[in-house]
Design a protein around this ligand. Structure first.
Ligand code: GLU
Length: 289
């Protein structure tokens, strides 16, 4: 295992987490991020929790949950809590926590921080006047910003999309443990984002913040593809009245073509590596960025 991922840890009771999404098999990139999370938790003398993020009910499968536990254990991962129903906050499986997420969404609603939105993705695309730049996010044009639920007539409030109203023009800055100073401008880099989906499920941003609060996570270690999500999540912490945890975003492992790994990238799947006789000790060397 490489060292060097453990500098500058703060001396407080450390609680980290790994939060896989069971939509496929784990690959070298997951192993790298999670092993770094483990190394940081160990170095801080803290605990590591395993949470299953299975809110995407069409793509998440039970078979991938057991596979990921087996593959990650093989890779050398050990966690202190979860994902079974064994902790004070209940289960570490997000699909079993819908009542809790609903309560957090209702709190945001009571605070006036979110609004119901009837725009489809196509509506948003059509309403955005500037040409959409490749790789940049589509900024929500604000169509429903001033709407309240009574404007929608007789509707089930849980069967409507709800968005968080971002403070336009405000720079959201944070110090990332790996990337250093990072900042994004609300309303320019990202717009009003979904917190509740009309299928009756919370969005990723809401569920992650709600769970990291409930599970008393002190540091979030995850891939750098989620850097901008951190700015959104900081807004949620602030609105809900909680201090945000520290963040450590890891570089993503790329394939031979320089593309980020996908769950279908068989050549670097943990199952395939194991079948080829690769030893867990070699994983970090193989995943060198
Ligand atoms: N479940 C997310 C993923 O697999 C990670 C979320 C997070 O660490 O905040 O990409």
């Amino acid at each position: 295992m490489e060292s060097g991922f453990v500098k500058d840890l703060e001396p407080k009771v450390y609680r980290g987490r790994i939060a896989p999404t069971p939509t496929g098999y784990m690959h070298l990139g997951h192993a790298r991020t999670f092993l770094i999370a483990q190394e940081r938790a160990k170095a801080a003398g803290g605990d590591l929790l395993m949470r299953i993020e299975d809110l995407d009910q069409t793509r998440c499968k039970g078979e991938f949950v057991s596979a990921l536990e087996e593959d990650l254990r093989w890779a050398g991962l050990n966690w202190d809590e979860g994902p079974v129903r064994d902790a004070s906050y209940g289960s570490c499986v997000q699909s079993e926590r819908l009542g809790y997420f609903e309560a957090i969404w209702l709190k945001l609603r009571d605070l006036g921080a979110v609004f119901p939105c009837v725009c489809s993705r196509k509506d948003v695309q059509e309403a955005v006047s500037a040409p959409h730049q490749e790789g940049r996010e589509l900024i929500y044009p604000g169509t429903c910003r001033e709407k309240s639920i009574t404007d929608l007539g007789e509707v089930d409030t849980k069967k409507v999309n709800w968005r968080f109203r971002v403070p336009d023009g405000e720079r959201i800055s944070f110090r990332d443990g790996n990337k250093g100073e990072v900042s994004y401008v609300a309303g320019e880099d990202f717009g009003d984002f979904l917190v509740w989906r009309k299928d009756g499920f919370p969005s990723y941003e809401l569920a992650v913040v709600a769970d990291d609060i409930a599970m008393e996570i002190t540091e979030v270690v995850r891939g750098e593809d989620l850097l901008m999500s951190t700015a959104r999540q900081i807004l949620l912490y602030r609105t809900l009245g909680y201090e945000a945890p520290s963040f450590y975003h890891c570089e993503l492992v790329k394939d031979e073509n320089g593309e980020r790994l996908a769950k279908r990238s068989k050549s670097v799947g943990l199952r395939e590596l194991r079948a080829r006789g690769v030893e867990p000790n070699d994983l970090m060397r193989m995943a060198r960025i």
